[in-house]
Design a protein around this ligand. Structure first.
Ligand SMILES: C[S@@+](CC[C@H](N)C(=O)[O-])C[C@H]1O[C@@H](n2cnc3c(N)ncnc32)[C@H](O)[C@@H]1O
Length: 292
């Protein structure tokens, strides 16, 4: 498969974004962490009109300079409070780990973790990953891309805000080197199916677990069997409303014959997001692909 065409710089926010602006005020230890550690760990990104998740047109990150060394690059998108990226950086000292996140308090917490663990191979950037992948991250520069528990955007009219859709898959294909690995996880079956569908249809990726975990072994079949996703936060989905899941939300409504689900990725620590999902009885779907 050929490389996707270079994505032109897009005017800031011409498209629906995958995040909502949550409080960006920093207080206490997080404020101190930002003030003390940003110079060391935060990548400086030139902006469009001071919009703090944007990337100025034409800016390309000098990745080796940002890390002070040349090493295989792993990017985590939506790194939250930094549990996974700091864990990965500890496990993989020979790789450079870059966390992209829009939520400033999360980035402050991540820098605190980096500093507490004495890690030298992690950098963070406050940026919309889609904007970063369109130009700031050099093409074919990434050895591994991780997107764990992206915001699910349940309502059908909000699905266009989901991060992992056709344009993101194109961008992932742009930044990943041939042979590079694309890992994802979600705790919502409709998003898992969307990921499997759009990545499979793109032609840029080979599923590392093609055809595995079908039928009764599939987490999708198990979700359908349990009916767990017809309940959100303990309240049943109201009749006549869009189902949260794939439509097969009732008990014994379907069998997943396609499979293609990865085993739980060992490098992924249990975060508070995953823990909440498991406590609510939801399944976690892992996916793993190789860039062709
Ligand atoms: C549901 S949280 C999961 C956080 C973390 N991956 C975990 O498992 O604990 C999703 C995160 O993705 C971030 N996010 C959403 N859209 C993003 C984007 N376009 N670029 C970077 N981060 C994004 C949100 O701010 C949020 O912190």
């Amino acid at each position: 498969m050929d490389s996707p065409a270079e994505t032109p710089d897009q005017p800031f926010r011409s498209h629906p974004v995958s995040f909502v602006r949550r409080g960006s005020r920093l207080q206490g230890r997080r404020r101190e962490a930002w003030d003390d550690l940003a110079e060391q760990f935060l990548v400086a990104v030139p902006r469009v009109a001071d919009a703090d998740t944007s990337v100025a047109p034409g800016f390309v990150l000098d990745v080796d300079a940002a890390f002070g060394r040349s090493a295989p690059l792993v990017i985590e998108v939506g790194s939250g409070l930094g549990e996974a990226v700091t864990h990965a950086a500890e496990l993989e000292p020979d790789r450079n780990h870059l966390a992209l996140e829009v939520y400033r308090p999360g980035l402050a917490q991540t820098m605190l973790r980096i500093s507490q663990r004495g890690l030298t191979n992690v950098r963070v950037a406050q940026v919309d990953a889609a904007a970063a992948f369109a130009g700031m991250i050099p093409a074919s520069s990434v050895a591994e891309l991780r997107t764990f528990f992206p915001d699910p955007w349940h309502k059908v009219r909000h699905h266009k805000r989901r991060l992992v859709k056709e344009d993101y898959v194109e961008l992932a294909a742009r930044v990943l080197a041939p042979g590079g690995i694309f890992r994802l996880a979600t705790d919502w079956s409709s998003y898992a199916v969307q990921m499997r569908t759009v990545i499979g249809a793109s032609g840029y990726f080979e599923n590392l677990h093609d055809g595995e975990r079908t039928g009764a072994d599939s987490p999708l079949t198990q979700v359908w069997e349990s009916g767990v996703e017809s309940v959100v936060g303990g309240a049943p989905v109201r009749e006549g409303k869009d189902p949260v899941s794939t439509g097969n939300t009732g008990v014994n409504e379907g069998v997943d014959t396609l499979g293609g689900w990865a085993p739980r990725f060992e490098g992924r620590p249990l975060t508070s997001f995953e823990n909440k999902a498991l406590t609510a009885g939801r399944m976690v779907f892992d996916l793993g692909y190789r860039r062709r």
